[in-house]
Design a protein around this ligand. Structure first.
Ligand code: OAD
Length: 233
């Protein structure tokens, strides 16, 4: 029997219990930092040192964090489903938990890229990126992050994955940032959507099954439910 295609669309909430702060909750990162100062191409042009410092902190925290039960439950689903993870997160916790197909919509904090040639992407040596660190072409390296106002190069690939899904699991995202948030609308009408989030879902996910729990509890429970359905068939 062919495996069901399951897409997990994750946001900061899936990594919250690994100690990485979300963006828009009451203790969120955007409470402490202004997007315009650290996460836009204009900020990078105006004050690259501040931008680099902000992402150095994010990198340090990611390196110190460990995957939690939600990341692990998602990775384990690969034994029964064809799983694709589409994440807005820049951490590598899905990969470290064992997920083999992970698409990062907003970039990856452990990677850097050339400011002259965006396809020149490498893993950062060490933990901090400095002014004067250059790519093979001799231009300044920047964090491999999609900033506000920049194109999201992986959108088409993500939309194609979701448009072929049988099941979509949306976990830990406020669905406030576009174009990423619009991806849920690519889900076929015949497919099912589950939302795992302790807060009530956005208007766009009406009709979805809401598991009003934290990711580390909700995801293992949902995984159990999905597995059981398969074995009951
Ligand atoms: P947000 O901070 O906007 O939303 C986090 C979501 O996670 C909220 O819906 C919370 O209720 C939920 N949440 C909090 N704790 C949770 C837990 N333990 N388990 C499950 N859910 C929990 O984060 P995102 O939606 O990921 O982009 O933000 C989207 C984008 O905005 C990010 O990728 C980033 C940010 O600006 C860029 O930097 C380009």
């Amino acid at each position: 029997m062919t495996r069901q295609r399951l897409v997990v669309f994750s946001g900061a909430g899936v990594s919250a219990e690994s100690g990485l702060r979300t963006f828009r909750d009451s203790d969120g990162l955007w409470e402490e930092h202004r997007i315009e100062d650290v996460a836009t191409p204009e900020a990078w042009r105006r004050d690259p040192a501040t931008v680099l410092r902000f992402y150095d902190m994010r990198r340090e925290q990611v390196l110190a964090a460990r995957p939690n039960a939600a990341h692990r439950a998602i990775a384990d689903l690969e034994d029964r489903f064809h799983v694709e993870v589409v994440t807005q997160n820049i951490d590598d916790l899905h990969e470290r938990a064992g997920s083999t197909r992970v698409l990062h919509l907003h970039g990856e904090i452990l990677k850097v890229r050339s400011t002259a040639e965006p396809t020149l992407i490498t893993r950062l040596n060490g933990t901090s990126l400095r002014l004067g660190d250059r790519c093979a072409l001799g231009s300044q390296l920047r964090p491999h992050i999609v900033w506000f106002g920049e194109e999201v190069p992986e959108m088409q690939r993500a939309a194609a994955l979701i448009s072929k899904a049988d099941v979509l699991v949306v976990v830990g995202t406020s669905l406030q940032v576009y174009p990423a948030a619009g991806l849920i609308h690519y889900l076929p009408r015949t497919a099912e959507m589950f939302v795992v989030d302790p807060k009530d879902p956005q208007v766009g996910v009406q009709g979805a099954h809401h598991w009003k729990q934290k990711a580390s509890e909700g995801l293992p429970a949902l995984a159990l439910h999905l597995r059981k359905r398969i074995s009951d068939r």
